[in-house]
Each structure stands twice: as C-alpha cells, then as structure tokens.
Design a protein around this ligand. Structure first.
Ligand SMILES: [Zn+2]
Length: 161
C-alpha cells in the first residue's frame, strides 16, 4: 500500500513483494484497490478547477478591506461599551437619588439599634444611619450594577473576536 501511495509500484519495489502479491489473493486485492484510489487522486489533482489569478487577487483585496474595516471599528465598539457602562452607572446614581428621597432613616435607625444591641454602646446610631442612607446605598447599588454588568459589557464588546 505504501509503495502504491508513493508511486513506486510495481517498478521500484522488491522482487519478493511482487511475487507475493502475485500469489496472495488478499494482497492482490489490496494493490488493486490502492492503485485505483491513487489513480483517482492523481486525476482529481490534474482536473482541479483553479480560479483565475484576477479572481484570487480580487477576493484577497475584499478580505483585506473587510479585516481593515473590522480593525478600525474595534475601538468604536469599545467606546460604545464604555458609554453603555457609564449610562448604567448614571441610571444607578439616579436610582440612588430617588432611593435617598424616600425616608429610610426610621428603618436604618431600627437596624442601627439592632447593631448597637449586638456590638455594644460605642456606635453612634444616628451618624451610622445617616451616613448609610446618604452615601452607602447609591454606592453599593452602583458597585453591584458594575459587578453584574461589567463582564456582560466586556463579553458583548469582545464577542466579535
Ligand atoms: Zn499477502
């Protein structure tokens, strides 16, 4: 089979192999099938339709232009992702402002009293609740939104690659 595949059959092989193939039915069949496949492959290689050089050049030009356009639009996509993240952050800030307008002080006082009961009398309940309602909640919302949305934005931005 190797001799047929490399075009050495039957001129450039051992006499013993040729004699054995002539005598052995299995090896005779193998050589017949291998020669048919080898000849078919040669004919296919000779008759393969090669496109014209102008067509190949035209296709290469189109592909190069498409790749250049994709490379050029990549920073724009990144900027769009950053703009989307900024919009989400702004929305979260507005939501935090709206949240702040609601009177959560009473609720936070209750939580602060619970914390005070657990940790001892050193914590200033009013200061903690005021700070939490005025600053911590919007910041926490923004951080949570960024943590959730940043991988999504990155995935969407880099999905073209
Ligand atoms: Zn044999």
């Amino acid at each position: 089979m190797e001799a047929v595949a490399f075009g050495r059959w039957p001129e450039h092989v051992d006499e013993g192999l040729v004699t054995h193939v002539a005598a052995c039915a299995v090896c005779g069949d193998l050589v017949e099938v291998a020669r048919a496949l080898h000849d078919e492959r040669d004919a296919a290689c000779r008759e393969a339709p090669v496109p014209a050089a102008g067509m190949v050049w035209w296709r290469a030009t189109i592909r190069a232009r498409a790749e250049a356009a994709r490379t050029a639009t990549q920073p724009i996509t990144v900027l769009q992702g950053i703009a989307a993240a900024c919009a989400v952050g702004l929305a979260c800030g507005l939501a935090g402002a709206a949240w702040r307008s609601i009177d959560w002080t009473a609720w936070m006082d209750g939580l602060g009293a619970l914390v005070l009961r657990l940790e001892g009398p050193r914590v200033d309940v009013a200061a903690v609740s005021t700070l939490a309602t005025s600053h911590a909640l919007p910041v926490l919302l923004g951080l949570a939104a960024c943590l959730v949305l940043a991988p999504l934005v990155l995935y969407i931005t880099l999905a073209d690659d």
